[in-house]
Design a protein around this ligand. Structure first.
Ligand SMILES: *Cc1c(COP(=O)(O)O)cnc(C)c1O
Length: 388
């Protein structure tokens, strides 16, 4: 079975983790700050806050930006549910912005129209979460310009995009956002098993995210309501969570980070090979924006039904041939949980037609650094069998 995504674990990774097991700290030791410094440096952001998942990173990012009841958060319907759930955790309401049919990212045109209408009805969003789908950056320059005009904050969901660039700057440099979050789930570009990171250039946001990661507890006397009782003293000054990353995960992350560039380069090689091998096959290969250097987390093709096949039969044929394809994603607004919230939020299943159309046609093909050319050829052959 060739999976659609798969981690790569080397002996160096294993040694890094076992070293931690033999050390004094399994949690709250030196590895997490080292991993944070490593990621901050690599993505050219000022502050990095490691957490136990990207979902937690999204949650503390929303909390740091003071999202709460009565607020709106907008994201794209073509994302993992976590990009929307973080708003609901904070008691806020969620709405969606349709996608651009080429990039599968949030459409700037749709965003602009929606903002004009929201301004009239007094329902402007407090936060917008663009998702860099498949690793290719959204049009951040345009989204940032709209944030200046309409006063919303931006969290980049870069779960797919560590190692990618936009307009020559690393994704994570937060040039056009308040916070960027990354995921280290095993299917993503690098892994810590479970794990995530929030990156920001704003010290107050960094401080608040650290607080929310650790129960809302501080040991910083300057943040306390009274002088410390003694050296044991800490105060809980907000309601936070235990979202800490372990030392084992951080050590694995540091080790994996050494190969980030290599992994993204290999993903590009594979993407170029897919593009070339599909030259005369009736399917749409991924569009590449000239402003973006994608991390190529996913290689998503779109196909129309043809003589004797549909997306469903192609999907089933590939699975039967031992090829682990996937669909990213089922539009979030059609998930029963969000469908229930839709009548209050003003959307229904027919809203966001580009996202719905995309969902009928998309298939994610195997894409990961350890995928061999021979395996990739097998994927292409299996597809040709049914499409040609
Ligand atoms: C994977 C993913 C997440 C959640 O990441 P976890 O680390 O599993 O919590 C959020 N958003 C997107 C777009 C993702 O792909």
């Amino acid at each position: 079975m060739i999976p659609y995504a798969c981690q790569t674990i080397t002996q160096t990774d294993i040694d890094a983790v076992t070293d931690v097991l033999k050390s004094d700290f399994l949690t709250q030791g030196p590895q997490v700050p080292r991993f944070e410094a490593c990621v901050a440096h690599r993505v050219a952001g000022q502050y990095a806050i490691a957490v136990n998942s990207a979902t937690s990173a999204l949650h503390i990012a929303c909390l740091a930006l003071e999202l709460g009841a009565g607020d709106w958060l907008w994201t794209t319907p073509i994302t993992f549910v976590a990009s929307a759930n973080c708003a609901v955790y904070c008691g806020a309401q969620v709405d969606f912005v349709d996608i651009d049919p080429d990039t599968f990212n949030m459409s700037v045109t749709a965003l602009r129209i929606k903002l004009v209408n929201a301004e009239k009805s007094g329902k402007l969003p407090k936060i917008v979460i663009p998702v860099h789908m498949a690793g290719q950056s959204c049009d951040m320059r345009a989204i940032y310009a709209l944030s200046e005009k309409y006063g919303f904050r931006i969290i980049e969901d870069a779960s797919h995009a560590i190692g990618g660039q936009y307009e020559g700057a690393m994704i994570g440099s937060c040039r056009h956002s308040d916070i960027t979050i990354f995921s280290f789930h095993p299917v993503k570009i690098i892994t810590t098993a479970e794990g995530g990171m929030a990156v920001t250039n704003q010290p107050d946001l960094a401080q608040r995210m650290r607080l929310y990661r650790n129960h809302g507890i501080t040991r910083d006397a300057a943040a306390m309501t009274q002088p410390p009782d003694g050296n044991w003293y800490y105060q809980q000054i907000a309601l936070g969570y235990n979202y800490r990353m372990t030392e084992l995960q951080a050590a694995l992350g540091i080790s994996q980070m050494q190969r980030l560039e290599e992994y993204v380069a290999r993903r590009h090689q594979l993407a170029d090979r897919y593009d070339a091998l599909f030259k005369d096959v009736p399917l749409k290969t991924p569009f590449r924006s000239p402003a973006s250097y994608s991390a190529f987390h996913l290689y998503i093709i779109r196909l129309d039904s043809g003589p004797g096949y549909s997306r469903e039969t192609v999907f089933d044929h590939l699975c039967a041939a031992g090829i682990g394809v996937n669909v990213h994603y089922i539009p979030v607004h059609t998930q029963p949980y969000y469908a229930r919230l839709g009548s209050a939020a003003g959307y229904d299943a027919q809203s966001f037609p580009e996202a719905n159309r995309y969902y009928q046609q998309a298939i994610s093909l195997p894409m990961y650094a350890a995928l061999s050319d021979v395996q990739q050829d097998d994927v292409v052959e299996a597809l040709k069998q049914v499409l040609l």
